[in-house]
Design a protein around this ligand. Structure first.
Ligand SMILES: [Zn+2]
Length: 414
C-alpha cells in the first residue's frame, strides 16, 4: 500500500468557488482516501508533504489537443509513418504532463494505441481520451487533397494520407465508421461541421455535413454511451450540430447570443481554444502558413473573447482547450491568461478541472474529494486571485501527481 499525505494545503477542489486553507489530503493506492481539516492518520508507511499553505488542486485537463500534430503546417504531417509520428510525438506528450495536464482529450488523430501505451506506463504522459481521426465531408475541413485528386470513394483516404482526418460521407458509411472506431475503444467521435482555419478550400462560415449525417454519427455514439464533438465556428453550423445531437462544440468563436442560448438549452458544452489563434497569429507566417490560412486565422482570433462573454451570459458550460499544432504547443498554459481577460480565475480553473472531467465522462477526475482518482498538482501562490501563476510553471508548479504517483516534484517529503 503506497500512501502519501499532503498536509497544510490550501485546497481548491475543482468545484467550489473558495480555496480552503489548512486542509489535509491522504492518497492511498492511486485514490484520494480522505480530505479533512483534521489530522489524518495513514499509518507508519505514509510519506508526508507539508505544503506550507501552497495551493493543492486537481490535475489539469485539456479538452482539445492533438498529440500527433507534430507540425503546424498540415502538409508537413503527411508521408510520415505512424511509427515515426509516434516517436516524434513522445516528447510533445511528455511536456503536456510536465505542464500539469494529467488528462488530455485528443480530438483528431490520437488513437487507442497511444492512449493505451501511456496507460500501461510505456510513455510518460497525460491520461488520454481519444476519438481517432476527425470525420470530414468531401471539400470539408479535413479534405486536404490536391486539385488533381478526383476520387470519390473511401480509397481517397489512402491517396492523400492525413492521419488527423478521414473523409467519410453518407449516413451508412458514417455509421460503419463510428461503429468501427467504438469497436476499437474510442472515447468519443469528432465531426467537422464547419469550415476551418487550416484547410485549403473551405470558408469558415460553410456548414459541413447534412443534419442527417451528423445525427447518424450521434445516434451510433449514444447507443454505446459515447458522445460527439463538433468543430464549428459560426452560429448556423453550431445550431445545426446541436439539433443533430452533438454534445461539445469546439472553438465556437463566431457564435451569437441567440445560438449561445440554444447551446445552453441543450445542456451542451463549448470548448474554446483561444490560445491557438493568438499564438499562431504571431508565429504562423514565419512557419509557413499560407496567406489564405492566415487571413482566416485573424478573422476568428478577433472574435474569441467576445464569444466567452456571450457564452457566459447565456449560461453555457465552458470547457478548456488549446488546439496547439506543432511548434505552437509551448503555449498550452497561456490559455489560462487569455481566458482570465474575461472570466473570473476560479471559473477558468473549474473549466480546466471539473467541467472538463464532465466532458470526458469521468466524475472521478478534475476534483479533490474522497474516492476520486489522485490526479493533483501543487502550485505556489493563489491562482484564484492571480491566474497568470498558471502560466509560469517553472516558478509556481511544484508537484505533479497522476494516478497517485508523484510524477515530478522539487518539494521534499518529511
Ligand atoms: Zn483542433
Amino acid at each position: 500500500m503506497a500512501a502519501i499525505a499532503f498536509t497544510n494545503a490550501t485546497l481548491f477542489d475543482g468545484v467550489n468557488d473558495e480555496a480552503v486553507p489548512g486542509m489535509n489530503v491522504l492518497v492511498v493506492d492511486g485514490k484520494i482516501e480522505a480530505v479533512s481539516d483534521k489530522p489524518l492518520s495513514g499509518g507508519d508507511s505514509v510519506t508526508e508533504y507539508d505544503l506550507g499553505g501552497r495551493t493543492l488542486m486537481p490535475g489539469l485537463i485539456d479538452a482539445h489537443a492533438h498529440v500527433f500534430a507534430i507540425n503546424l503546417v498540415e502538409e508537413h504531417n503527411r508521408n510520415i509513418a505512424i511509427t515515426e509520428m509516434t516517436a516524434r510525438a513522445v516528447p510533445r506528450i511528455r511536456k503536456m504532463l510536465d505542464r500539469g495536464f494529467t488528462s488530455v482529450r485528443d480530438v483528431a488523430g490520437g488513437d487507442v494505441g497511444i492512449r493505451n501505451a501511456i496507460a500501461q506506463g510505456f510513455i510518460p504522459g497525460p491520461r488520454l481520451f481519444v476519438g481517432g481521426p476527425a470525420l470530414s465531408q468531401i471539400g470539408g475541413h479535413g479534405d486536404h487533397r490536391n486539385l488533381t485528386d478526383d476520387s470519390l470513394d473511401i480509397d481517397f483516404n489512402a491517396s492523400a494520407f492525413n492521419f488527423e482526418c478521414r473523409i467519410v460521407e453518407g449516413e451508412g458509411p458514417l455509421r460503419s465508421h463510428v461503429r468501427n472506431e467504438l469497436r476499437k475503444g474510442a472515447d468519443h467521435i469528432k465531426v467537422l461541421a464547419s469550415g476551418g482555419v487550416g484547410s485549403p478550400t473551405d470558408a469558415i462560415d460553410q456548414i459541413q455535413y447534412s443534419e442527417a449525417e451528423i445525427r447518424a454519427v450521434c445516434e451510433e455514439a449514444a447507443v454505446r454511451g459515447k458522445y460527439v464533438a463538433a468543430h464549428a465556428y459560426e452560429s448556423a453550423a453550431i445550431a445545426h450540430s446541436i439539433r443533430a445531437g452533438v454534445r461539445t462544440i469546439e472553438h465556437a468563436n463566431l457564435i451569437n447570443a441567440e445560438t449561445a442560448a440554444v447551446v445552453a438549452e441543450a445542456d451542451a458544452y463549448i470548448v474554446p481554444t483561444l490560445v491557438a489563434y493568438e499564438v499562431t497569429a504571431q508565429h504562423g507566417a514565419e512557419l509557413g502558413l499560407s496567406e489564405y490560412v492566415m487571413e482566416k486565422l485573424n478573422y476568428v482570433n478577433d472574435s474569441g473573447l467576445k464569444m466567452l462573454g456571450l457564452a457566459e451570459k447565456a449560461g453555457v458550460k465552458l470547457g478548456f482547450g488549446t488546439d496547439l499544432m506543432g511548434q505552437m504547443e509551448f503555449a498550452q498554459l497561456q490559455e489560462f491568461v487569455i481566458r482570465g481577460r474575461v472570466q473570473r480565475p476560479v471559473d477558468v480553473l473549474k473549466s480546466a478541472t471539473s467541467v472538463n472531467a464532465e466532458i470526458v465522462q469521468r466524475d472521478d477526475l478534475g476534483v479533490i474529494r474522497a474516492g476520486a482518482t489522485a490526479d493533483m498538482i501543487v502550485v505556489d501562490g493563489d491562482p484564484l486571485t492571480d491566474i497568470s501563476i498558471m502560466n509560469a510553471p517553472e516558478q509556481h508548479l511544484r508537484l505533479i501527481m497522476k494516478d497517485g504517483d508523484i510524477y515530478k516534484t522539487d518539494l521534499t517529503a518529511k
